[in-house]
Design a protein around this ligand. Structure first.
Ligand code: NAD
Length: 476
């Protein structure tokens, strides 16, 4: 039950341990070592020493390490998913699909390791460039600190560890306090590969101590962070000149046009709003439906939501389970109560059954209610009526966030207008904003963050472009 951290290729004990409890059963499932600033320094120094060995690896060797990680996840798929369900508590069917994506993410990272392409520069296009020839090299940055959230404890870690290794960097990973076991499982997998000792380290503990120590370290070259806007902003303020990628929150919106197949669209919306209890950065939070189909849409939404199965995250038939912490559930209930007081109609849910907040549907929600304008991060969706597509676009854009947005429509001009005018990092035509595959560029605008993930794009963030100029005149 007592776990160890992974520093410099060794399993390390600490003086202090914290109990890790299952958010669903409340049982203690492990005792987690708590790193001090000295442990963080040891991990950073190990990563620094490992850089030379990383530099000596060929692109093919780095790719093969990443393919080996993918293969190990494929052979331990159920074990890896069960760990996620126990600690996070993501229903097993979603945890299994997270592992399937994790496998793909490491495979894509392996492919990208072989595509670190620079470019030729036409030096002689300038007057004084004659007889010069130049090219760029994409070189590793050095130590990358990865700070990750609880809601995708393998795949979002893969989005940082995969490209970091592909580019030849070393890594210190600090996972969320509620999901350390998934990070240690990854360390066990990496320990069996040819990655040089010290190139990957896991330090565990609170964000305030361990995260802070990484952000303040002068040896760390980049912070890649996925988490809440509040913590992201703190990191930005403290990180000085380090390179920074911030993947933050959202209150993603969807527009539903009049001429759509309601049963099909609602099936997607129910998944987008309630999978992983709505604790997904691109969870579907706000739906704007054209008035002609509003009543039928709402009726179908209630019917399909009623059929979701509530229960244990370890039961593969469960659709919705407990939220990550009781205090988060209390916050969500408080926000529902406030929205109703501010004029919203509660159409379904809003109460707790066997410790699980039921998937909740609200209609006619005021834009200023927290369930609409803040990131709800709970199984709550708001449905509002609109009389034009422009009204839907304006409502979605009236937000501090801008990660992804979606529109269902059969009208090509409507789709084009929406794709042009929605202020988000990605527009999904004829699907929910929750849609993502792992190689696509992914990242938000406004308070949803800076920088892109998706392997090719993350690699660009994790490399330094070096220019090499050759003078062909000779004369030496
Ligand atoms: P969080 O911000 O509470 O924690 C994220 C990580 O930051 C954890 O490892 C935590 O320990 C660490 N941390 C906390 N305080 C810190 C500090 N002062 N310095 C350094 N590190 C610190 O987020 P969470 O509750 O784990 O995850 C939910 C949030 O993550 C939501 O806002 C969600 O939208 C966001 N998220 C974004 C994406 C994306 O790709 N845009 C994906 C998933 C989750």
């Amino acid at each position: 039950m007592e776990q160890k951290m992974y520093i410099n290729g060794e399993w390390v004990s600490t003086a202090e341990y914290a109990e890790l409890k299952s958010p669903y059963t409340k049982e203690v499932i492990a005792k987690i070592p708590q790193a001090t600033r000295e442990h963080v320094s040891a991990a950073v120094e190990a990563a620094q020493r490992a850089q030379q060995a990383m530099n000596n690896l060929t692109a093919l060797e780095r790719a093969n390490i990443l393919y080996a990680i993918a293969k190990a996840f494929a052979s331990k798929r159920l074990e890896a998913a069960t760990i996620i369900s126990r600690e996070s508590p993501k229903p097993l069917k979603y945890a299994l699909s997270e592992i399937d994506r994790t496998i793909e993410t490491y495979r894509f990272a392996g492919d990208e390791a072989k595509r670190l392409i620079g470019e030729m520069i036409p030096m002689d296009a300038a007057k004084t460039g004659e007889n010069r020839f130049a090219y760029t090299l994409e070189q590793p940055l050095g130590i990358i600190a990865a700070i990750t959230p609880f809601n995708f404890p393998q795949n979002l870690v893969a989005h940082k560890v995969g490209p970091a290794i592909a580019a030849g960097n070393t890594i210190v990973l600090k996972p969320a306090s509620q999901t350390p076991l998934s990070a240690l499982f990854l360390a066990e997998i990496i320990d069996c590969t040819d990655l040089p000792k010290g190139a990957f380290n896991v330090v565990l503990g609170s964000g305030g101590i361990v995260g802070d120590a990484l952000v303040e370290s002068d040896k760390v070259k980049m912070i890649t962070f996925t988490g809440s806007p509040a913590v992201g902003i703190q990191i930005k303020e403290k990180s000085g000149l380090k390179r920074l990628a911030l993947e933050l929150g959202a209150n993603s919106g969807l527009i539903v046009d009049r001429n759509i197949n309601i049963e099909h669209v609602v099936r997607k919306c129910v998944t987008g709003a309630f999978s992983n209890q709505g604790q997904v950065c691109i969870s579907l939070q706000r739906i704007y439906v054209m008035e002609e189909v509003f009543a039928a849409f709402v009726e179908e939404m209630i019917a399909q939501t009623q059929s979701l199965k509530i229960g244990s995250p370890l039961d593969e038939t469960t659709d919705v389970s407990a939220m990550i912490h009781d205090k988060e559930q209390q916050r969500a209930i408080q926000w529902i109560t406030e929205a109703i007081a501010e004029g919203a109609n509660l159409l379904y849910g809003g109460e707790v059954e066997d410790g699980v907040l039921l998937p909740t549907i609200l209609a006619n929600v005021d834009r200023k209610s927290k369930v609409s304008c803040q990131e709800v991060f709970a199984p709550i969706v708001s449905i509002n009526k609109i009389s034009s597509i422009e009204e839907g676009i304006e409502a979605i854009n009236d937000s501090d966030y801008g990660l992804q947005a979606g529109i269902f429509t059969k009208d090509i001009q409507t789709a084009f207008t929406a794709s042009k005018n929605l202020s988000v990092g990605g527009v999904i035509i004829n699907d929910i904003p929750t849609y993502r595959v792992d190689q696509m560029p992914y990242g938000g605008v406004k308070q949803s963050g800076t920088g892109k993930e998706g392997l090719k794009y993350a690699l660009q963030e994790m490399t330094e472009t070096k220019l090499v100029i050759w003078n062909q005149e000779g004369g030496l």
